[in-house]
Write a protein that binds this ligand. Structure first.
Ligand SMILES: N=CN[C@@H](CCC(=O)O)C(=O)O
Ligand SMILES: [Zn+2]
Length: 432
């Protein structure tokens, strides 16, 4: 074993591992009993992976002869895994601040969408934008998420709705993945809406006959890495049958199924996802009891998005019913021009207050379970040996402050670390 290491974080008041038995996800009671070491230390090797984690005394004895590029004295502080944001739409041009005013005045999401706003407005601006402008804005958004503690984020396409713009968006995501430290899971979401002037049937055919084959070519040539396939399965958007064909075709080219379902109307999306072996379904504000049971059985994660219901004044997803039924509950920010939120601490806070999750459940949902929803819980989502050295150091003696202090993450997060490198040092933090 090499004696040179990238980082030692020593003597944390609380070292929150989340779990320690290499669980791929947590459900029910497991989500309320997170693994926490009092006075703990952690070592990240020169490969960026966690080499050791345990009580400070044990680590000190084990590494007494070792060298470290960097040492953080975490006494009086907490250490947590980096947060995982399981659902975002971060590549777009043209904000929708004007629609926020319309919604505050009573317009529904679908009123705005049907009036040519919503996704259509963003599609128009994103088609017109250059890849380099899209990359600049994406970078800024990812850096903002990283500062709020996110170290792995799912990023969707879906504001092109035709081949060229969908590919442009995926290439922009790919470029961000290659050049930024934040970990990215990339999602093709060509079925985010039916493009203007087309029927659902025509849009489905275009995806199946034109977009997916081209995507497959690009992936095989090594030009693009795409991890997931997504469809907005909703009344007036893609029905169950189109959703099924698109998701199955995506699965056939090696993509994980991870889609929008049962958001505004009960569509039986949850049952469809369970049947197709979906890794995750997002939203689920209108999921039925049968849908919940099917997801629990199939181990399909429910990615809940507290910002959506909050901003659109929708009924909140039934998180408690899902948790009690043994569904793998994860969280995402749903960052998009409708829900402009880059902060997973804020999302956890909303999940606790509006969806009645406990703070431990919310943290498990924003770490190990969100990593599972992206097929990455073997490498991310908890502080265990051989996983990525992605973590947060909090300027607080109890980790719960990250959720409790509404909007306080700018001050409470001291360091964000990815693969053992400090990517954000918030040395402005004042004593809290
Ligand atoms: N519901 C569909 N898609 C997004 C909204 C995208 C948009 O409004 O631009 C969501 O997850 O909330
Ligand atoms: Zn979405």
């Amino acid at each position: 074993m090499s004696n040179r290491n990238r980082l030692l974080v020593k003597g944390a008041e609380q070292l929150v591992l989340i779990c320690s038995q290499r669980q791929k996800f947590l459900t029910r009671q497991q989500m309320t009993q997170l693994c926490v070491i009092q006075n703990g230390s952690l070592v990240i090797g020169s490969d960026g992976l966690i080499k050791a984690v345990g009580p400070a005394e044990t680590i000190r004895a084990q590494f007494s002869e070792a060298d470290f590029d960097e040492i953080i004295d975490a006494s009086g502080m907490c250490v947590l895994p980096g947060l995982v944001d399981a659902h975002t739409h971060p590549v777009w041009a043209g904000d929708r601040v004007h629609e926020f005013a319309m919604k505050l005045a009573g317009a529904t999401y679908m009123d705005v969408h049907r009036a040519g706003g919503g996704i259509h407005f963003t599609v128009e601006h994103t088609r017109a934008a250059s890849a380099s402008d899209l990359l600049t804005s994406l970078r800024g958004r990812l850096v903002r998420m990283q500062r709020a503690g996110t170290t792995l984020v799912e990023c969707k396409s879906g504001y092109g709705l035709e081949l060229q713009t969908e590919l442009k968006m995926l290439q922009v995501i790919e470029e961000a993945r290659r050049t930024l430290p934040i970990n990215i899971s990339s999602t093709y979401c060509g079925a985010h809406a039916v493009p203007r002037g087309k029927t659902m049937e025509e849009a489905t055919e275009n995806i199946l006959e034109v977009q997916l084959p081209r995507l497959k070519e690009q992936m095989s040539a090594g030009n693009l890495r795409v991890d997931n396939i997504d469809v907005f399965c909703e009344q007036g958007v893609f029905d169950l049958s189109s959703t099924r064909s698109i998701l199955q075709a995506g699965k056939d080219i090696g993509l994980n199924i991870n889609f929008h379902g049962d958001e505004l109307h009960p569509m039986n999306s949850a049952q469809l996802g369970a049947e197709l072996g979906a890794l995750a379904i997002s939203h689920l504000e209108e999921v039925t009891d049968e849908g919940i049971a099917a997801m629990a059985e199939a181990k399909t994660a429910a990615v809940l998005l507290p910002t959506t219901a909050y901003i659109l004044r929708l009924p909140h997803p039934r998180a408690r019913d899902m948790l009690e039924a043994g569904v793998i509950v994860a969280l995402g920010s749903d960052f998009n021009p409708n829900a402009y939120c880059c902060s997973m601490p804020m999302v956890m806070h909303l999940a606790c207050v509006n969806m009645k999750m406990s703070m431990s459940e919310a943290l498990a949902a924003a770490t190990i379970n969100a990593a599972y929803a992206l097929g990455r819980s073997d490498t991310h989502g908890s502080l265990e040996v051989n996983k990525h050295g992605d973590l947060l150091v909090l300027n607080s003696t109890r980790w719960e402050h990250l959720i409790y202090q509404l909007g306080g993450h700018q001050d409470i997060i001291r360091y964000v670390i990815i693969k053992g490198n400090i990517v954000y040092d918030n040395d402005k933090t004042m004593g809290l």
